[in-house]
Design a protein. Structure first.
Ligand code: UT7
Length: 323
C-alpha cells in the first residue's frame, strides 16, 4: 500500500503590506481593537496586476525547490481557492501550464478556509490509490478583491497569500509509526450556508460579491469543529491528544487558535501561530503556517502533526500526519 509523505513546502506573500493603522484610515477601527480581538498585526495585499495563479505559482515553485523536484516529477495539481482568476477553467489549469507540469489532472477545490485540508485529503486519496505519484497541493487566495472595504467587521480580518506542499506516494505497511499522512477527516454542514458567505456569484448576481459573516457564530463553530475533528482524526490513527507534537490550525483569529489548543491540551509553544503576519488568507493559512514551521526547524522527524481548519459552508477537517 501507499502513503503520502510531505517532501517540500513553500509559501508566498505579496509585497504590499497593510497595517492595522492603515486600516484605521479607511474604516472606524484601531490597531488596539484588531490586535486584542484577533491577534492580527498586518496583512499582505496583491498588486493590481497580480492574480491568484501568480500567487499559486510562486508558492508552488518554492515547494518544488524545497522538495528538490521539478515540474517533470509532478503528476497531480490541486489548488484550493475561493478567489479563482476566472469562473472557468480552474485556476489550477493555468498553474499547471505555467509550472510546466504535463502529466495528470489539475483542478480546483472550493471549501473556503478548509480548502487546503479538502485538497490535501483528495491528493492523499489519489496517491494512496496509485492514481498519481507526486502531487502539488496549493492554497492561494486574493481576498482583498471580495472584501467590503466599508465593513469593519470583515475587512480587517483577511489578507492575500499562498502556500503549497509536494506530496509523494511511498510504500507503507500502514503502521502509525511510519512517516506520512495517517488519517484525514472532512465535514460539511450546509445548514450554516448563510453564516459565512459571499453575497454574489455567477448564478445569483453575476458579480463576485463581498464576504458577509455572522462573526460570533463562526467563532464558536470554528473552535468546536477544529478541536473535534483533530480528536476524531487522532482516534482514527489510534493516537491520543498526548501523542500530538504540533498543532497547525487555520489562522483566522488568535483567540480561536488558543481555544482550540486549550481544548486539545496542547501547550501554546506547540501551536503554530502566524495569523499576526498575514491575517486570514483562507485556504492558504495552513500551508503558510506549515512553511513557517519548517523554516524555523520546528518539526522533527517522527513528530505527530495535526492540521485543521474550518470555514464557510460550514466546512471543516483535520489531517494527522507523522513528519
Ligand atoms: O475562517 C473562518 C473565518 N472567520 C472567522 O474565523 C472569524 C470568526 N469570528 C471572529 O473572529 C470574531 O467574532 C470577530 C473578530 C469577527 C469579532 O470579534 P468579537 O469579539 O466577536 O466582537 P463582536 O462582533 O462582539 O463586536 C464587539 C464590538 C461591536 O461593537 P458594540 O456593539 O459592542 O458597540 C462591534 O461593532 O466591536 C465592534 N467592532 C469593531 N470595532 C473596531 C467590530 N469590528 C470592529 C473593528 N474595529 N474592526
Amino acid at each position: 500500500m501507499y502513503r503520502s509523505v510531505v517532501r517540500g513546502v513553500g509559501s508566498y506573500l505579496p509585497e504590499k503590506i497593510m497595517t492595522n493603522d492603515d486600516l484605521s484610515q479607511i474604516v472606524d477601527t484601531s490597531d488596539e481593537w484588531i490586535r486584542k480581538r484577533t491577534g492580527i498585526e498586518r496583512r499582505h495585499i496583491a498588486a493590481d496586476d497580480e492574480f491568484t495563479n501568480d500567487l499559486a505559482v510562486a508558492a508552488a515553485e518554492r515547494a518544488l525547490a524545497a522538495a528538490d523536484m521539478s515540474a517533470a516529477d509532478i503528476d497531480l495539481v490541486i489548488l484550493a481557492t475561493t478567489t479563482p482568476d476566472n469562473t472557468f477553467p480552474a485556476t489550477a489549469a493555468k498553474v499547471q501550464a505555467r509550472l510546466g507540469v504535463t502529466k495528470g489532472p489539475a483542478f480546483d477545490v472550493q471549501a473556503v478556509c478548509s480548502g487546503f485540508i479538502f485538497a490535501m485529503t483528495q491528493a492523499d486519496n489519489m496517491l494512496r490509490l496509485g492514481q498519481a505519484k507526486r502531487a502539488l497541493v496549493i492554497g492561494a487566495e486574493i481576498y482583498s478583491r471580495i472584501l467590503d472595504w466599508e465593513d469593519r467587521s470583515t475587512c480587517v480580518l483577511f489578507g492575500d497569500g499562498s502556500g503549497a506542499i509536494v506530496l509523494e506516494a511511498v510504500d507503507s505497511e500502514g503502521a502509525n509509526n511510519e512517516r506520512g499522512v495517517l488519517t484525514t477527516i472532512l465535514g460539511t454542514d450546509g445548514a450554516n450556508y448563510d453564516k459565512l458567505y459571499v453575497d454574489g456569484g455567477v448564478a445569483t448576481s453575476g458579480n463576485a460579491g463581498c464576504v458577509r459573516m455572522a462573526g460570533q457564530d463562526v467563532f464558536r463553530q470554528a473552535v468546536a469543529r477544529m478541536s473535534e475533528s483533530v480528536e476524531e482524526a487522532l482516534e482514527k490513527a489510534e493516537l491520543t491528544k498526548d501523542d500530538l507534537d504540533w498543532l497547525v490550525p487555520h489562522q483566522a483569529n488568535i483567540r480561536i487558535i488558543e481555544q482550540v489548543g486549550k481544548k486539545l491540551g496542547v501547550s501554546r509553544d506547540k501551536v503554530m501561530i502566524t495569523v499576526q503576519e498575514h491575517a486570514n488568507t483562507s485556504a492558504a493559512t495552513v500551508p503558510l503556517a506549515m512553511t513557517h514551521g519548517v523554516k524555523h526547524g520546528h518539526f522533527k522527524e517522527g513528530d505527530v502533526i495535526a492540521l485543521t481548519a474550518m470555514g464557510g459552508g460550514f466546512t471543516w477537517g483535520a489531517i494527522v500526519l507523522r513528519w
